[in-house]
Design a protein around this ligand. Structure first.
Ligand SMILES: [Ca+2]
Ligand SMILES: [Ca+2]
Ligand SMILES: [Ca+2]
Length: 471
C-alpha cells in the first residue's frame, strides 16, 4: 500500500512537471548611465585596491608615462573572472591618472590591451592640494563575460579614485567596476506577465550571484545579527507600469536568488553563461503554505529558507490572495515592504527588516504554518538621561509608554531642568522586525512626518513637547 502511494505520488509529480515545463526567455541588453547605475538599490560594484608596485600575478605591463603608475589585481573565485588593471598619467607624473589599461582578454598580461582614456571632466580641474584624491570615470567599456571571458560582451564602467598628486602616504585609492547595463526579459508564466531586469550589482561580470549571509554572533541572541550582501539584484515591474520605479522602500527590487516567484509560484532560475537567456523551471518538490493576515498587504517579502544542507538562502516570495505557497522546509523573516490604502490619508508604505536571527517556522508537505510579521505594530520607547539613569518601556500606546518612562516611580528624575533626555522610538512588527522607512501620498513620494511627543508629569502638566527626529 505504502509503495503504491509512493508510485502514485511520483506519477502525480511527473504529470505536474509535464503540464508546466521549463520556459526560457531571451535577455536583452539595456544600457544604463553611470548615474542611473549608482542610484540603483544594492549596487556596490567591485572594489579593487590600487597599489604602487606591480603585483607578480600581472605578467606584463606597458611602459608608463608616469613615474608612479598604479596597479590593481583581483584573483577571482571559481567561475569568476580575475581582474588586472593599470592607471597611467599621460601628461606625466603628478598630472592626474587619466588612462586605464584593463586586462580585457583576462590573460593576466596588460601589454596586449588597448589603453582607455578617462571621460572628460565636467569642468576644468582646479589645482588639487597635495595628498588629495580625485575621481575619474572610464567607459562604458565592452568587457567579455561568460566562462574564461569568451563569447558575449557586456558594458562596464570603471571609476577610479586615485591621488591627484603629491604624497598619498601609503594609500593609493581604489578602482570600482560598475555594470553599464541591465539585462531585461519579459516573463510570461502561468498567466502572470512581468518585465524583469538582472543587474550585476557586485560588478564581477556575472549576472546571477546570490548574496552571501554574514553573521555576527554576540554572547546574547538579542545582540547577534545576520545580513545578506555582495550579491546581484533583480528589478521587477511589480505594478505593471512598464518601468522599475525606485522608491525608498526598494519595492521593485529584490536580491537575486536561485529561486524566484511568478504568479505566486516558485521557479528555479538559471542564467545562460553567455547571458542570452534566463531559464525558469517550476519547482517540482513537495509544497506547503505559510499563513498570515498580513499577506494581503505585501508589496515585497524576502525570507530566509533553509536549504537541504541546512545553510539558509535568501528568497523573495509572493503571496497571492492572502496565501503564500512555499516548498516544504524551514523559513524565517528577513525583509518586508507593506502597503495599505487608507481612504483618509491615501496609500502608505513601510519597510521592515529583521536584523536578529529568525525563529524558524517549519512547513510540512501539504500543511500550513502560521507566519508572524507586520501588524499589530508595537512602539518601543527607550529614554535615557545623560548623567542619569535609563529605562525602557514596551507595549501600550506611545504616550502611555512615554509617561511610564517619566513617572517618578520609575526612578527617573523628571522635572529636574538640568538634564538632557534622549528618546528613541522603534516600531516593531509581530515578527520582531524593525520598520525604518515610511512613505505616503500619491506615488508614495512623501516620507511620513516624525511622530510628535508630549511629556506629562505626575500632575498631568505638560513638561515638554516636540517632534522626534525620525526616519
Ligand atoms: Ca590582456
Ligand atoms: Ca554579479
Ligand atoms: Ca513598475
Amino acid at each position: 500500500m505504502k509503495m503504491m502511494q509512493a508510485v502514485a505520488c511520483g506519477l502525480a509529480m511527473a504529470l505536474a512537471a509535464s503540464f508546466a515545463p521549463a520556459a526560457e526567455f531571451p535577455l536583452r541588453v539595456a544600457l544604463l548611465s553611470e548615474a542611473k547605475v549608482s542610484s540603483l538599490p544594492g549596487v556596490s560594484g567591485l572594489f579593487i585596491q590600487l597599489l604602487k608596485d606591480k603585483p607578480s600575478a600581472i605578467a606584463g605591463a606597458p611602459q608608463a608615462k608616469s613615474d608612479k603608475p598604479l596597479y590593481g589585481f583581483i584573483p577571482g573565485e571559481a567561475k569568476e573572472l580575475r581582474w588586472a588593471l593599470m592607471l597611467d598619467e599621460t601628461g606625466g607624473t603628478g598630472k592626474g591618472y587619466d588612462t586605464l589599461i584593463l586586462d580585457l582578454n583576462h590573460n593576466g598580461d596588460l601589454t596586449d590591451d588597448a589603453p582607455i582614456a578617462a571621460r572628460p571632466l565636467p569642468s576644468p580641474a582646479a589645482s588639487q592640494p597635495a595628498g588629495s584624491f580625485s575621481q575619474r570615470t572610464f567607459g562604458p567599456i565592452e568587457a567579455p563575460v561568460g566562462p574564461e571571458g569568451k563569447g558575449k560582451t557586456a558594458p562596464v564602467f570603471v571609476l577610479s579614485m586615485a591621488p591627484s598628486g603629491g604624497s598619498s602616504e601609503g594609500y593609493y585609492g581604489y578602482a570600482r567596476i560598475l555594470p553599464g547595463a541591465r539585462l531585461e526579459a519579459d516573463i510570461a508564466l502561468g498567466g502572470a506577465k512581468e518585465k524583469i531586469a538582472l543587474v550585476d550589482a557586485n560588478g564581477n561580470l556575472r549576472y546571477g550571484d546570490a548574496p552571501k549571509r554574514q553573521e555576527y554572533n554576540a554572547p546574547t541572541a538579542a545582540d547577534s545579527y545576520r545580513y545578506y550582501s555582495s550579491g546581484d539584484i533583480v528589478l521587477r515591474d511589480r505594478d505593471g507600469s512598464g518601468d522599475f520605479e525606485s522608491d525608498m522602500c526598494d519595492s521593485e527590487s529584490e536580491d537575486f536568488a536561485p529561486m524566484m516567484y511568478f504568479g505566486g509560484k516558485p521557479y528555479s532560475v538559471e542564467v545562460a553563461d553567455d547571458l542570452s537567456s534566463i531559464r525558469l523551471e517550476p519547482y517540482a518538490g513537495p509544497m506547503g503554505q505559510l499563513a498570515s493576515d498580513n499577506f494581503d498587504f505585501v508589496r515585497a517579502l524576502s525570507l530566509e529558507r533553509k536549504t537541504d544542507d541546512g545553510a539558509p538562502q535568501l528568497i523573495s516570495v509572493q503571496p497571492v490572495n492572502g496565501l503564500l505557497k512555499v516548498p516544504a522546509g524551514e523559513y524565517g523573516l528577513y525583509r518586508c515592504v507593506l502597503k495599505a490604502d487608507d481612504p483618509k490619508t491615501g496609500p502608505v508604505m513601510a519597510r521592515g527588516m529583521l536584523r536578529t536571527k529568525p525563529d524558524w517556522v517549519k512547513v510540512e508537505a501539504g500543511a500550513s504554518a502560521a507566519f508572524r510579521f507586520g501588524a499589530p505594530l508595537e512602539l518601543r520607547v527607550k529614554a535615557s538621561q545623560r548623567g542619569g539613569g535609563s529605562s525602557a518601556a514596551g507595549g501600550g500606546t506611545f504616550l502611555k509608554a512615554l509617561s511610564d518612562v517619566f513617572a517618578p516611580s520609575a526612578g527617573g528624575q523628571a522635572g529636574s531642568t538640568d538634564q538632557t533626555v534622549d528618546i528613541n522610538v522603534e516600531v516593531r512588527g509581530a515578527g520582531d522586525e524593525t520598520y525604518d522607512v515610511y512613505l505616503k501620498g500619491a506615488g508614495l513620494k512623501d516620507r511620513a512626518m516624525p511622530p510628535k511627543f508630549k511629556i506629562i508629569d505626575a500632575n498631568k502638566k505638560v513638561v515638554d513637547s516636540g517632534q522626534l527626529e525620525y526616519g
